[in-house]
Design a protein around this ligand. Structure first.
Ligand SMILES: Cc1ncc(COP(=O)(O)O)c(C=O)c1O
Length: 431
């Protein structure tokens, strides 16, 4: 349904709840809002969600929004009701938790089989987690075990989560890493993401690999938080060859791009590249927390060769509700959602690009499937536009290494008229 804004957001109930939250949660969030208000000249006080339905969110003041973020890209099937949440609820009533890596549930067996089958080669092995950061941590450990080389190549502008392993490889902004620098421990070389020059990027990767100390090349097939940037088609194939020559693993972080988001089950399928290890998260559970590190047999066998102890596990990893959610999501995406994302995304990007071309202000659009970035002139403009969109009933996020883009990743089930209505609204705002 189209937006319906009855009370200028944030309404009084949102303000009251936000003030209560501010009193008890991390002061970082309030500090960020204050800084953003100064940068943008636009108020940044938040709305508070009450419930969701399909691609709509309702706030506690009764406003209806179109959600173009889908819970940071995770709600592939939309808000409730959704098949993943329903499956998780049923599993929760029957068996909330099995015994992890000691005694599994049947749902875990089936989920691991289904996730292994997403890998483009037979024989893949799966290790489950809860968050995207868990999957990346597991992938980095896999590379260390399999190659015995502890260095990592990662990319400027990339985001892999904020627990210590992924944080060390976070290229989005040095400010994420700096306060914890001395605790990070992994030697990471950052190469430029090829948003401008492929040569420059590959030269940096080649240089790092020459040291012989790199066990993993960790890369997003498309930058997500970094601004929904699509690299040249030859980028992943080139990384594949360079990693092979250097005896390093190619680790693809498909936590945002995977599960149909870019118009294929895996974004790496667009370039035909087979990674050594793929990280899945976000949409894998359709809104229920589950992630997976899935890798080629020859990379993953290092975990067995390690010998007789379970050195990577977690209490809630692979819980029956999470596995049920993953099974339901995989089935839904296999049922045509990736193709739908490809078609809807292409039409939406064309609509937005036409609006940008006819606009008097400078902005542009890029993306693949339903993972779309709108490039604005600077971070202040992006924040102000995001705020103006909220006032009109559209929820978007800002992204990009300089915060100067809107990052859009709606549910794959969204109705096309909502995407078109957003394009019209954005064009009107930016004209
Ligand atoms: C590409 C990518 N990798 C990893 C992560 C981390 O996932 P999580 O926040 O679930 O730890 C994110 C989160 O935005 C992401 O976009």
């Amino acid at each position: 349904m189209l937006p319906e804004v009855k009370v200028p957001p944030p309404g009084p109930r949102s303000r009251e709840l936000a003030a209560r939250l501010e009193a008890v949660e991390s002061p970082a969030f309030e500090a960020r809002r204050d800084a953003r208000a100064v940068t943008s000249g636009a108020e940044q006080a938040p709305i508070v969600y009450a419930r969701g339905s399909g691609a709509n969110v309702f706030d506690v003041d009764g406003n209806r929004y179109v959600d173009l973020t889908a819970g940071f890209g995770a709600l592939l099937l939309g808000h409730a009701p959704n098949a993943a949440v329903d499956a998780a609820r049923a599993a929760m009533e029957e068996l909330p938790l099995a015994l992890g890596d000691v005694y599994a549930s049947e749902l875990k067996v089936r989920a691991c089989e289904a996730i292994a089958a997403l890998f483009p080669e037979p024989g893949a092995r799966v290790m489950l987690g809860l968050s995207g950061a868990d999957a990346v941590t597991c992938a980095l450990k896999t590379a260390a075990l399999a190659t015995k080389k502890l260095g990592v190549v990662a990319f400027e502008g990339a985001y892999h989560g904020l627990s210590y392993g992924p944080l060390a490889a976070c290229g989005l902004a040095p400010s994420f890493r700096e306060p914890f620098g001395a605790q990070l421990g992994i030697d990471v070389t950052f190469a430029p993401y090829p948003s401008k020059s492929l040569d420059e990027s590959l030269t940096a990767v080649r240089g790092a690999l020459k040291t012989g100390a790199i066990g993993a090349v960790l890369v997003e097939p498309m930058l997500g938080r970094g601004g929904c940037i699509v690299p040249p088609a030859s980028f992943l194939p080139a990384l594949r060859s360079l990693a092979d020559e250097a005896g390093a693993l190619l680790v693809l972080d498909e936590i945002w791009t995977g599960m149909g988001r870019t118009g294929a089950m895996l974004a790496s399928a667009h370039s035909g590249v087979v990674a050594d290890v793929i990280c899945l998260g976000k949409g894998l559970g359709g809104g229920v927390p589950i992630s997976a590190c899935v890798g080629r047999a020859r990379a993953m066998e290092a975990w067995g060769a390690h010998g007789g102890s379970t050195i990577h596990t977690g209490t809630h990893f692979g819980s029956p509700p999470a596995c049920a959610a993953a099974l339901a999501t995989i089935e839904a995406v296999r049922g045509g959602l990736a193709e739908r994302a490809a078609e809807l995304g292409a039409a939406w990007i064309a609509e937005l690009a036409a609006a940008a071309a006819g606009s008097s202000t400078r902005w542009s659009v890029r993306g693949k499937g339903l993972m779309v970035g709108v490039q604005l002139e600077d971070g202040a403009k992006a924040l102000a536009v995001a705020r103006a969109l909220l006032q009109r009933g559209y929820i978007v996020l800002t992204g990009g290494a300089r915060g100067d883009a809107l990052t859009l990743s709606p549910p794959l089930t969204i109705a096309p008229d909502l995407l078109s209505a957003f394009a019209v609204e954005l064009a009107a705002l930016l004209d």
